[in-house]
Ligand binder design. Sequence first.
Ligand code: BES
Ligand code: MN
Ligand code: ZN
Length: 496
Amino acid sequence: MEFSIKSGSPEKQRTACIIVGIHEPRKLSAAAKSIDAASKKALSNLIRRGDIEGKIGQSLLLHNVPGMLCDRVLLVGCGRERDLDELQYCKIIENSIKALNTTGSSDAVSYLSELNVKGRDHNWKISLGVETINHVLYQFKEFKSKNKRPRKTLKKFILTVPSRRELTSGDQAAKIAVSVSKGVKLSRDLGNRPANICTPTHLATQAQQLAKTYKSLKVKVLEEAAMKKLEMNSLLSVSQGSAEPAKLIVMEHNGGKKNAKPIVLVGKGVTFDTGGISIKPSPAMDEMKYDMCGAASVIGTMCAIADMGLALNVVGVVPAVENMPSSTATKPGDIFTTMSGQTIEVLNTDAEGRLILCDALTYSERFNPEAVVDIATLTGACVMALGSHATGLLSNHNPLAKDLLHAGETSCDRAWQLPLWDEYQQQLDSPFADFANIGGREAGTITAACFLSRFAKKFHWAHLDIAGTAWNSGKNKCATGRPVPLLTRFLLDRAG
Ligand code: BES
Ligand code: MN
Ligand code: ZN
């Protein structure tokens, strides 16, 4: 889809569909008022008859509106004007696209980007508008044998700004949002692919493919032999039961000053998590194909920032493995020496994410990072604590945590901080090794982060637990692409 920014009144637009808002109770938005004036009160007459109240979720399609050059006018419920916040704005955009999609319009001009959202400017409304539209239109059809095409599809979408003054910055905001959307789409595609296709090798190939598209990106893939040399025994202990070879994917985007310290993103890439010998129960085990969504978010974010040519140095590190039970798999009680030299007693082979992340964190030291952020579908406990609305955030550096929380608010991809207090560390005590890979039933998300913190002592570090936010379950099962919007916003803010 092609996006552009325009200013000008609705009655002058030659398009298949004009989209305007109606507030509750039966109140015309500014753009609706100008249509009303041009059409000799067509809208106020219709509203007086009670056809649309303005509640969020309502919409009404009109044809042949007098005084207009467009084929249709779509009225969209926007709720009470005073209550309009960020999430409602996105919901309104979502509703408008779903309604528009039933009309067969191939292009549209939307005035919803001129609604008043508390504390947000035009650029924000355009960015979130573009990202939300792309999000709603996303479909994953790679494995459907028949290609059912709708008779007409939306090709061109215009978002409006109130005057010519906002055109340049609006264009810029739309461009950035298109890059973010590309990253989100890539991340969702990788997540949705089944584990027999999306293997560690597939992730590596996809990363290398990106390096061919963007010249700011350099990609290197470490094979098992190289990891063995680096003594990444913890990472390798997870993949030793699988026929699929492990890969360590390293992606570098050099957009900043030559010697500027990079931000390092580390993404959990377990392409399928059976649990290993500590095998998971069968129900919903298919969803463990999504256990590489942290990796997908790193690859997606690298794609987004390369696409926008971000002026910042960023490194993506993806440890990619498959966690299987077999005669060569790790057994509960096995002990391994990590790349850091610390030893781990593997009491549960299903707590494998931390086992690959710890070596990837130690590996990250070589980049002399400004900060390291890891992203992982790490604990079921996080889903219990925060559900599917917020990503869990834990950090050893509060300013970094604050920046990430703020980026989440701005991008409507929110995170919520949990404590990383020393009191929790003792839950990892082991009689045989330096520590164990599980910390008991209590505070599972925090003890997982405590484990990681032991490999993040040399830099500012934050951990994002996306177990609840990376995909939706149920009949609309689908990867969400989270937290690519949060991460790209965080990096955009850093680049200034
Ligand atoms: N990938 C899972 C976490 C997970 C489970 C994410 C369900 C989303 C939905 C992770 O590898 C895992 O199995 N974690 C265990 C840790 C436990 C053994 C300490 C868990 O959460 O049960
Ligand atoms: Mn697991
Ligand atoms: Zn896992």
